[in-house]
Design a protein around this ligand. Structure first.
Ligand SMILES: Cc1ncc(COP(=O)(O)O)c(C=O)c1O
Length: 374
């Protein structure tokens, strides 16, 4: 039979396995629990979208014209106000083109290497334990990819792009100021673009995470740096697809120029809703308190059931281990109707951990706690 172009999915074949498919059988097992599944795997927000945001979306429903890729000026202002007000980032000015709204941060992360012109011969570096989309982005560009937390292990290499993610998915680890600073200096020396995924910056419990754009880290300049933010977790807005990227105007300008041609514009009503979310801290504090309570209950129950919790100072996850293969732990929990993500999804170093999200309702968290105690 003659092979046709259509029969050769060469792009998807380059991408890593879609990991969640491997969890389906465990999901089935957890669902068969008489009191139903407690799904702590994907970590999707379950609490209502804040009223202030819903109201803004409703009020902006009439939207016949095309939005601009660069986003509304008042939205860009709110992004930078929020960075300054909540995270002490003062080196950015909207007039310089330092911020760009994105349709959820995942699309930006996956497409950034291609959009910044990386290709075969370029190196992309990301954390040893990491959100899988960094690898997807490198693979789409045909770039080489190395997962490491050690700059010295890179020897004389000059990566084209290096990802940081603090607080981390999956471990909840927060990188200290000195570490961030060292990475900034290293990247600037080598001409490496530093992109910091800060989508859990406001989900902090036992530490105070810093933006890479904080003056004590960046030296008060965004040169060579981009920071990626998402409203999905802070504001229960995963369904609206609202994020933004901020930093070096030369890099933002290049992303804008490419994204304009691709029609990657955030819908107008969503831009208005995102602005309302960024301008309001009250709902974020309420949501923070909800997660803190769920985290404390689950943490205690897991520890009581013999788990060891590592890192987990921030993010929406507990990084837990029973000192056994992660799939055995996934299976042990699925037997009790609780579904979690195996650490192996995030890198080889996660083979003996599981990632437990605390984004379920209070009622489901209570169910998990009761099952872990029995
Ligand atoms: C580390 C990290 N970055 C980015 C994202 C993408 O978030 P979103 O596309 O909803 O903005 C996620 C989602 O879970 C994540 O864990």
């Amino acid at each position: 039979m003659r092979a046709t172009r259509a029969s050769k999915p060469t792009v998807s074949a380059r991408l890593p396995d879609f990991p969640w498919d491997h969890l389906l059988a465990y999901g089935e097992r957890a669902r068969s629990h008489p009191d139903g599944i407690v799904d702590l795997s994907v970590g999707t927000p379950v609490d209502p979208t804040p009223e202030v945001v819903q109201e803004a979306l409703r009020a902006a429903a009439d939207s016949p014209g095309y939005p601009l890729t660069v986003g509304r000026a008042d939205l860009r202002e709110s992004c930078l106000d929020w960075l300054a007000r909540r995270h002490g980032v003062t080196c950015l000015d909207t007039a310089d083109g330092t911020v760009l709204p994105v349709i959820g941060s995942k699309e930006l992360i996956a497409s950034m290497p291609v959009h910044l012109g990386l290709g075969p011969g370029d190196l992309v570096v990301y954390p040893e334990l990491a959100y899988p989309t960094y690898e997807v982005g490198a693979a789409l560009a045909g770039a080489r990819a190395v997962a490491t937390d050690s700059l010295t292990s890179l020897g004389p290499e000059r990566p084209a792009l290096l990802w940081l993610n603090s607080p981390s998915n999956p471990t909840g680890r927060v990188l200290p100021r000195e570490h961030l600073k060292k990475v900034v200096d290293w990247c600037r020396e080598r001409g490496t673009i530093l992109v910091s995924d800060e989508c859990y910056l406001e989900c902090a419990w036992e530490d105070r995470p810093l933006s890479v754009l904080h003056p004590s880290v960046s030296g008060g300049s965004a040169e060579g740096i981009l920071a990626v933010h998402s409203l999905s977790k802070r504001s229960n807005l995963a369904g609206y697809r609202c994020g933004f990227v901020a930093g070096d105007p030369a890099l933002i300008g290049e992303l804008l120029a490419v994204r304009k041609n691709l029609g990657l514009m955030m819908p107008g009503p969503q831009q208005v809703a995102m602005k309302a979310a960024l301008d309001d801290d009250a709902h974020a504090l309420e949501q923070h308190a909800r997660y803190a309570a769920r985290r404390a209950r689950l943490r205690e129950a897991l520890t009581g059931a013999g788990f060891r919790i590592e890192h987990s100072e921030a993010s929406l996850y507990l990084w837990a281990s029973r000192d056994e293969d992660c799939w055995d732990t996934v299976s042990w929990l699925a037997e009790r109707g609780v579904l979690v993500a195996p650490g192996a999804f995030y890198g080889r170093a996660g083979a003996r951990h599981v990632r437990v999200a605390f984004t379920a309702t209070d009622e489901r968290v209570d169910a998990a706690v009761a099952r872990l105690a029995s």
